[in-house]
Design a protein around this ligand. Structure first.
Ligand code: GLA
Length: 707
C-alpha cells in the first residue's frame, strides 16, 4: 500500500469562520427548494455544508456515465452565497449496478450470510473491486472539483464501520491471512503467538485459517483479538486508498473522515494519523440526563487524536434522532448547550445531520435544522439563534483546551476485554471502566484529555499532565509501560485500574501475573482476580468511608514501602490492600484493584487530586461544567449548565462574557441550559471554577416522581 505523500504536513480546512451548518442532500429536493435552502442558510448564518455523501448513483447513474450537472449547479449556488463545502467523495455506499455486477463485494456476517443491497454500506472493506471503484470515483470527483473555490476539505466515505465494521466473507478471510503473514512471518510464528497447543488448535496451512465464524465453543482469544485488529486495519487501508488519490490530485486540500465518538470497532488513533483534521458525529441521548458527561469524554478523545488541535463537530441532532427505539426530542435550550459543549471541548464547528428534514426514506423522522414546518419549526428558530451566537465566539477559533488530566484510551485493551470470551468476569469492561473513571473526574471539575498508552513515542506526550489514569489496561507491553514509568519519575501521578498489565499483545499472561510490566512501579502483585457474584456487594474502607465494591476485587500483595490507602473490609479479601499508592522521587503510582461505584470513585479521586496538588470541586454533581480553551494570551472559559435548574459558579478570575458582552466577576448564575464564555487574560494555573451553591429545582424540571 502506498504511503501518503508527506506524513508530517497538516493541511488547514479552508474556512475562515467557525463552521456552522450540516449535511445537505439537495438531490432529495427539486431545484426551487434549493433556492429557499440557500436563502435560509444565509439567514441562519450557515458557513459550511457537507455533500454529496450518499449520491454516487446520482453522479454515476451507469458505469462510466457521469452526471455532474446538478452538483455543479448547487455548488455554484452555495459558493455565491459564501458557503464553504465539506465535499464528500460520494463513496459511503455503492450504487446498485456495482453490487449487481460484483455480488462478491457484499459483506458477510459472522453466520456466513451475505448482506443484501437496500440500506447502505453494502461493501466488504477488503474487496478489491470495491477499492478499485472507490479510487475511481474519488479521482473523478477530485479532478472535477479539486479547484472549486468553495472547497473547504474532503469528506472521505462516511462513518466507517457504522453498519459494517467486520466482514466474515471469503475475501476477508484471504485478507486476514495476508495480514497475519505480515504480522507473524510464518506459520510457526502464528502458532506460537496464538498459543495453539491449547485445545489442539495448531495450523498446518495458511489456507486453514478462516475468519472467526461461530464455533462449537469459545474461540482462541488471540485469534479473536487479531481479527479485531485486522478489521480495523482493513478499514484503515480502505481509507488510505482514498487519501492516496486525493493527495495526488489535490495535495493542498485537507482530508477527513467523520468519526463516531468513542467507537469500539476502529482504532481512531491510527485513523487520525492519516488525516488532516479530526471530525466527529455526536449524538448524546436526550433520554439520558447525564449524556453530556459521556460527551465530554468523547470530545476529550477528539481533541487528543491530533495532539490537542481543534476538531470539528460535523454531525449532531437538532432535536430527536430516528434510530433509537425511543427518540426523545431535545428540550428548548438543549441544542444550544450541547453544541457549545462541543465548542468548549475544542470543536471549531457546530454542524448537524441534516440541513432540511427529509420527506421520505429511512430518516424522515430525524430532526434537522429546518424541520418539516420549515422556517417556523422550533429547530430552525433555535439553530438559527445558535448560528448567530456563534459569530460572537469567533475569538475562540483555533484555541486549545487546557487540561491537567489524561485518561488512557487503548483499543487493544478495549478489544481484549470485550472480544475475548473466557475472562474472569464479563462485568469488567474497558469502556464501562473508562466512562466510570472519567465521570468521577468530571464531577470533581476536571476536563479530561484522552492519551495514547505509549506517550511521547506514540504522539501524545505525557508531560503536559499532572495526573494520568489508566482505568483498565488489560494488554500492556514493556515499552508503553516504560513511558508510564517515565511520567511518574518526572513527578506525575499515575492511577492504574483493575485487571491491568495482565497480558502481552499476543494475549499471554505476563510472567508472575498482573500487573506485569507495572509491577515495580506500583509495588503490588495480583495473586488472584476476585470477581464478586452478581447481586453481591463487598466493601472497602477508605479513611472514614465504606466504599461499595460491586463485581470485582483482587487479592493483592503489596511491597512494604507501599501505602495502603484503602483496604477491603468484607468478604474473603477483608483486611487485604485494595487501593495503594507508591511514592517515587517526585511522583506517585496508585493501584485501584476494585470496581467502585460513582461515590467510591469520587472519594478515591478526591484523594488522588489532593495528593497531586490539584483542586477538586466539593460537590459531586455532574449538572454543570467549566472548560477553558486558550490561544496563549487569552483564556476562554466556557461555563455550561446542562440542566433546567439554575446553577451558580464561583469565578477565580474576572473577564468579559463573549455572549452577553458584560463584565463578570465573583459569581455567575446560569439559568436553564445556560452558557457563558468568559474571556480573561491567560492565567496559571488553569482557572478552576467551583459551584458557589446549588439552587432548589425550578418548576421547569419535574421531579423524578412526577416524571
Ligand atoms: C449518522 C450518519 C448520517 C445520519 C445520521 C443520523 O451520523 O452519518 O448519515 O444517518 O447518523 O443520526
Amino acid at each position: 500500500m502506498a504511503q501518503h505523500l508527506d506524513d508530517e504536513r497538516i493541511r488547514e480546512v479552508r474556512i475562515d469562520a467557525l463552521a456552522f451548518g450540516g449535511d445537505y442532500n439537495p438531490d432529495q429536493w427539486s431545484e426551487d427548494v434549493w433556492l429557499e435552502d440557500v436563502r435560509l442558510m444565509q439567514e441562519a448564518g450557515v458557513t459550511m455544508v457537507s455533500l454529496p455523501i450518499f449520491s454516487w448513483p446520482q453522479l454515476e447513474p451507469e458505469p462510466g456515465v457521469y452526471d455532474w450537472s446538478w452538483l455543479d449547479r448547487i455548488l455554484d449556488l452555495l459558493h455565491d452565497a459564501g458557503i464553504r463545502i465539506d465535499l464528500a467523495t460520494a463513496t459511503a455506499t455503492p450504487p446498485s449496478w456495482l453490487l449487481r455486477a460484483h455480488p462478491e463485494m457484499a459483506p458477510w456476517d459472522s453466520d456466513g450470510h451475505r448482506l443484501e443491497f437496500g440500506s447502505r454500506q453494502t461493501y466488504c472493506p477488503s474487496s478489491p473491486i470495491w477499492r478499485e471503484n472507490v479510487a475511481r470515483m474519488t479521482r473523478a470527483i477530485a479532478e472535477r472539483y479539486g479547484e472549486h473555490p468553495c472547497l473547504a476539505m474532503w469528506h472521505i466515505s462516511n462513518e466507517y464501520g457504522d453498519h459494517v465494521s467486520r466482514c466474515w466473507c471469503p475475501e476477508s478471510a484471504r485478507h486476514f491471512r495476508r495480514w497475519l503473514q505480515d504480522r507473524y512471518g510464518d506459520l510457526d510464528g502464528l502458532n506460537e503467538a496464538w498459543g495453539v497447543n491449547v485445545w489442539g488448535q495448531r495450523y498446518t496451512s495458511w489456507e486453514h485459517i478462516e475468519t472467526p465464524k461461530k464455533a462449537p465453543g469459545p474461540i482462541n482469544p488471540t485469534k479473536l483479538l487479531d481479527f479485531e485488529r485486522f478489521s480495523s486495519d482493513a478499514m484503515l487501508e480502505l481509507f488510505q486508498v482514498e487519501i492516496d488519490v486525493l493527495r495526488e490530485v489535490t495535495p493542498d486540500i485537507a482530508v477527513t473522515t467523520n468519526f463516531m465518538s468513542m467507537f469500539r470497532d476502529l482504532d481512531y488513533w491510527r485513523f487520525a494519523e492519516r488525516e488532516d483534521v479530526v471530525t466527529d458525529d455526536a449524538y448524546p441521548d436526550p433520554m439520558d440526563p447525564t449524556s453530556h458527561v459521556g460527551a465530554a469524554l468523547n470530545y476529550g478523545l477528539m481533541r487528543a487524536l491530533k495532539g490537542g488541535r481543534p476538531w470539528l463537530l460535523l454531525e449532531s441532532s437538532a432535536s430527536a434522532t430516528s434510530w433509537r427505539d425511543v427518540n426523545v426530542p431535545k428540550a428548548p435550550g438543549k441544542i444550544r448547550v450541547e453544541s457549545l459543549q462541543a465548542v468548549a471541548h475544542g470543536s471549531d464547528a457546530v454542524m448537524f445531520f441534516q440541513w432540511r428534514q427529509a420527506k421520505y426514506g429511512q430518516e424522515k423522522f430525524h430532526s434537522s435544522m429546518l424541520g418539516h414546518r420549515g422556517e417556523r419549526s422550533r429547530s430552525f428558530q433555535e439553530t438559527k439563534a445558535l448560528g448567530l451566537e456563534l459569530k460572537k465566539l469567533e475569538p475562540v477559533r483555533g484555541s486549545r483546551v487546557r487540561s491537567r488530566v489524561g485518561l488512557v484510551v487503548d483499543w487493544d485493551s478495549w478489544w481484549g476485554s470485550s472480544a475475548v470470551e473466557s475472562l474472569p468476569s464479563q462485568q469488567l469492561q474497558w469502556a464501562q471502566q473508562a466512562r466510570a473513571w472519567h465521570r468521577a473526574l468530571y464531577a470533581l471539575g476536571h476536563p479530561v484529555d484522552a492519551v495514547r498508552v505509549g506517550g511521547e513515542a506514540s504522539g501524545t506526550p505525557f508531560d503536559r499532565y499532572d495526573v494520568i489514569v489508566a482505568p483498565n489496561l488489560y494488554i500492556l507491553e514493556e515499552e508503553p509501560a516504560a513511558a508510564l514509568r517515565a511520567f511518574v519519575a518526572r513527578g506525575g501521578t499515575l492511577v492504574v485500574g483493575p485487571f491491568s498489565g495482565v497480558v502481552d499483545s499476543t494475549e499471554k499472561v505476563h510472567d508472575g501475573g498482573a500487573p506485569g510490566p507495572l509491577r515495580d512501579l506500583l509495588g503490588v502483585e495480583v495473586d488472584e482476580q476476585w470477581p464478586i457474584a452478581d447481586g453481591a456487594l463487598e466493601h472497602l474502607s477508605y479513611g472514614e468511608d465504606a466504599l461499595a465494591v460491586p463485581h470485582w476485587g483482587e487479592w493483592i500483595e503489596a511491597d512494604p514501602d507501599v501505602e495502603i490507602r484503602g483496604a477491603y473490609a468484607t468478604g474473603e479479601l477483608a483486611g487485604r490492600p485494595a487501593v495503594t499508592r507508591r511514592a517515587h522521587a517526585a511522583g506517585s503510582a496508585w493501584y485501584v484493584s476494585a470496581m467502585l461505584r460513582p461515590e467510591g470513585l469520587a472519594a478515591v479521586f478526591r484523594d488522588v487530586l489532593r495528593t497531586a496538588g490539584l483542586p477538586a470541586r466539593d460537590d459531586d454533581s455532574v449538572q454543570a461544567e467549566a472548560v477553558t480553551r486558550s490561544d496563549g494570551t487569552t483564556d476562554y472559559t466556557f461555563l455550561l449548565n446542562h440542566a433546567a435548574d439554575p446553577v451558580t459558579f464561583h469565578l477565580p478570575m474576572s473577564g468579559r462574557d463573549l455572549i452577553t458582552g458584560s463584565e463578570v466577576a465573583g459569581e455567575l448564575t446560569l439559568g436553564a441550559y445556560g452558557v457563558a464564555v468568559v474571556a480573561s487574560p491567560r492565567s496559571e494555573p488553569i482557572p478552576f471554577l467551583t459551584l458557589a451553591h446549588t439552587h432548589r429545582p425550578t418548576q421547569a424540571t419535574p421531579s423524578k416522581e412526577l416524571a
